[in-house]
Design a protein around this ligand. Structure first.
Ligand SMILES: Nc1c(C(=O)O)ncn1[C@@H]1O[C@H](COP(=O)(O)O)[C@@H](O)[C@H]1O
Length: 160
């Protein structure tokens, strides 16, 4: 099956965070591709990637970037596909800069932004989006929710 989710990030240095998204996609059996693409450093590549994403069969794009994180918003301006932004924790401002750059999009160009560093949630949100069209992935999401519920039900508080 061709990739349904595109996972992109501004630098190789984002991979440590972004591989959490890929791990979740693998766990759910969702076909994905992962690449380094930067709005700042490879604008032509970003343009080509975002413009061709829909016709290549991608259904969601997860874009991680840190600092002046323009990648998710720029990709969202070039494709009608849903874009999920992952703010990468940055060295000097701990990711607050990344978060604000990604979340404060103007009207007309939405980016669904997850918490700083929470690439796992980006993958889970992608699974829910593609699950509407692909019931086999929605069942995986439901299984995961059930497993999480059972885990909480088993939690015991000593000395409570
Ligand atoms: N925010 C962006 C973009 C972009 O938005 O296009 N391209 C790279 N970067 C970010 O720069 C940070 C430092 O990158 P380096 O570690 O390569 O210097 C990374 O977190 C990356 O996402």
């Amino acid at each position: 099956m061709n990739p349904l989710v595109g996972v992109i990030m501004g630098s190789r240095s984002d991979w440590e965070v972004m591989k959490d998204a890929v791990d979740v996609l693998k766990q759910l059996g969702i076909p994905y591709e992962a690449k380094v693409i930067s709005a700042h450093r490879t604008p032509d590549l970003m343009y080509q990637y975002a413009r061709s994403a829909l016709e290549r069969g991608l259904e969601v794009i997860i874009a991680g970037a840190g600092g002046a994180a323009h990648l998710p918003g720029m990709v969202a301006s070039l494709t009608p596909l849903p874009v999920i932004g992952v703010p990468i924790p940055s060295k000097h401002l701990n990711g607050l800069d990344s978060l604000l750059s990604i979340v404060q999009m103007p009207y007309g160009v939405p980016v669904a932004t997850v918490a700083i560093g929470n690439a796992k949630n980006a993958a889970l949100l992608a699974a829910r989006i593609i699950g509407v069209k692909h019931p086999e992935f929605m069942s995986k999401v439901t299984e995961l929710m059930e497993a999480m519920r059972n885990e909480v039900m088993r939690m015991v508080l000593n000395d409570a």
